[in-house]
Design a protein around this ligand. Structure first.
Ligand code: OXD
Ligand code: MN
Length: 586
């Protein structure tokens, strides 16, 4: 008798009517066979076999280069379950609208079936998904980004506990592009885009949107967070999970070569984008990285900013929408000086300055996680790693100081819920606009964010040893518009303070927004930073925070009475602390 997985695949095939169906086993031989085919079909171009062995370049359709939030929908029976921050359609209406686009769409194409496992093979945190797709780019990327094929089939057996995802490139027309989530039936439909975040359904669609819904029902957490371990000179490793909006440096932070390495502080990478977390029997929060690869933003990546990933990218990597040098090496802005003469841009045209950037600003690399020299020896531990601190961070030219610690869990949830950041090229739309992006989950929360905040508050009640909650801002600018903090490996100085706070010995002063390092608390040896710059970096400006309070109020009002009262309470507490501080100054 057919398994539930086989039955679902049959239904998908009955709708899309492919010429043939290929089940992927996830083997190396299969990867190479499919790559040969992708080369023959021009889906990939080979890179320099000597300097970049087994690496390939993909050029996407120029209209299909980033996540498209405006056509991403959460389809629940009740609109209020999707909440005010998601696009919503009734499930039946969404299906009625999009089913005709899937009808017969694979007639002259092959349908690939990719069973995949999110999480380490033997982990109780792991979950199975299956994606059917007509894109070879998606198949090959999924083989890097997930544990695909046999491992997933073996784990699933005859169970129906898997998240099905139906994907087709369709005709790639932006008007016929839809990314639909049906959390009530754990189902994903995506058509009209081959872009990673829209088409690799394991990533944002399953591991964040559907998983966040499941996590609330089942009492765990699915978050848009990197996971890193900071080792101190005694060899003790403290694990930190960090939420930052897309293209704000999560991958670089997770793989950082610490500026404090000579003092014995080094960073180990567990994950760069997604954390699935559960409370263990001893009351600690433990996290796994459900993914098996990194899908990172290329521009700005260099030997200086992320030597670990640069090392990882020298073999078995896929590149999307980067430039191509005459030596057939990948090239992007920030990699190293000027592009060599004769470089082709991301569209495959001979580059000239008037044609814009060589690489698309959201061009990407896809690489197996284990290739990074900083990969943690514990990155595949079935029980995950214990999380001692959360960091929330955004791109803020003003307002937020370099780092501060929240007062307690409830205040920390408020800090996360009110996070804001200037938008980047990872999603289509205007770049550089400040928007509220709670816990960096605004585009990824699969349900009403007011309920999501309530879930965070409820989790806090259940953890005996909750992570301490911090906020960082690497992007504060001075009056001259220049960044005040050097960032990258120097961020280790902030992480060191964070682990000191976790252990109870980091120095801090209490301010209305939380605990800020004293002027001598950060280890700044060897960093040419003036006292005035440090003061500016750590300054809490009462006028900026007053307008921040107004903006937060507007944001909270969008959720009506579904917003947990505790968050209004925290808003009021912050207002009170700010006004007391200004009275004290007078
Ligand atoms: C990503 C994103 O690709 O957040 O990780 O857009
Ligand atoms: Mn992301």
């Amino acid at each position: 008798m057919a398994t539930p997985l086989e039955k679902w695949v049959e239904e998908a095939a009955a709708l899309t009517k492919p010429r043939q169906i290929v089940w992927c086993d996830g083997s190396k031989q299969e990867y190479h066979r499919l790559l040969e085919q992708a080369l023959a079909e021009n889906v990939f171009l080979p890179l320099n076999e000597r300097s970049y062995p087994n690496c390939y370049l993909h050029r996407s359709d120029p209209s299909d280069v980033a996540r498209t939030e405006q056509v991403t929908f959460i389809c629940t029976r009740e609109k209020s379950d999707a909440g005010p921050t998601n696009n919503w359609m009734v499930p039946e209406e969404a299906k009625a609208k999009v089913r005709p686009l899937f009808d017969g769409v694979m007639r002259n194409r092959t349908m690939y079936v990719i069973p995949y496992l999110m999480g380490p093979v033997d982990s109780p945190f792991s979950r199975v998904g299956v994606e059917v797709t007509d894109s070879l780019y998606v198949v090959l990327s999924m083989m890097i980004m997930t544990r695909a094929g046999k491992k997933a089939i073996e784990r699933l057996g005859r169970s129906d506990d898997f998240v099905p995802g139906l994907h087709s490139l369709g005709d790639l027309h932006p008007e016929r592009r839809y990314i639909l989530h049906f959390p009530e039936e754990k189902l994903i439909w995506s058509i009209g885009s081959g872009y990673g975040g829209n088409a690799l359904l394991s990533k944002k669609c399953f591991s964040l949107r559907i998983a966040s819904w499941l996590a609330r029902q089942q009492g765990w957490m699915a978050e848009h967070m990197l996971i890193l371990g900071m080792e101190d000179p005694s060899g003790q490793v403290t694990y930190i999970a960090g939420a930052f909006p897309s293209a704000c440096g999560k991958t670089n932070l997770a793989m950082m070569v610490s500026a404090l390495e000579p003092m014995g502080y080094r960073v180990w990478t567990v994950g760069d984008d997604i954390a699935w977390m559960q409370i263990d029997a001893d009351g600690y929060l433990r996290a796994i990285n459900p993914e098996a690869g990194f899908f990172g933003v290329a521009p700005g990546t260099s030997r200086q900013t992320n030597p670990n990933v640069m090392e990882a990218l020298r073999r078995n990597a896929l590149f999307t929408n980067v430039g191509l040098t005459p030596d057939r090496e990948p090239w992007w802005e920030g990699i190293n000086g000027e592009p060599p003469p004769g470089t082709l841009n991301w569209r495959g045209e001979r580059w000239t300055r008037s044609r814009g950037p060589v690489a698309h600003p959201n061009s990407r690399y896809t690489v197996p996680a284990h290739q990074t020299p900083s990969i943690s020896p514990h990155w595949e531990d079935p029980q995950g790693v214990p999380i001692s601190a959360f960091i929330f961070g955004g791109r803020r030219a003003r307002v937020a100081p370099l780092v501060y610690e929240s007062r307690d869990w409830q205040h920390g949830v408020f800090v996360g819920a009110t996070m804001a950041s200037e938008t980047t090229a990872a999603a289509t739309g205007a770049v550089g606009i400040t928007r509220r992006d709670p816990m960096a989950m605004l585009p990824f929360c699969g349900y009403n964010m007011a309920d999501y905040f309530a879930h965070w508050l409820a989790i806090g009640q259940r953890i005996t040893h909750p992570p301490r909650i911090f906020h960082v801002n690497w992007f504060r600018r001075g009056a001259d518009g220049k960044f005040l903090w050097p960032g990258f490996g120097e961020n280790a100085r902030v992480l060191k303070w964070i682990i000191e706070r976790v252990r109870g010995n980091g120095r801090a002063i209490e301010t209305p927004i939380g605990y800020v390092p004293t002027h001598d608390a950060l280890t700044l040896d060897g960093l040419p930073i003036s006292r005035a710059t440090l003061e500016e970096l750590l300054r809490v400006d009462p006028t900026d925070w007053a307008s921040e309070l107004d903006d937060i109020q507007k944001f909270f009002k969008r959720f009506g009475n579904r917003l947990p009262a505790a968050l209004w309470q925290e808003h009021q507490n912050l207002a009170d602390r700010l006004s007391q501080a200004s009275l004290a100054r007078k």
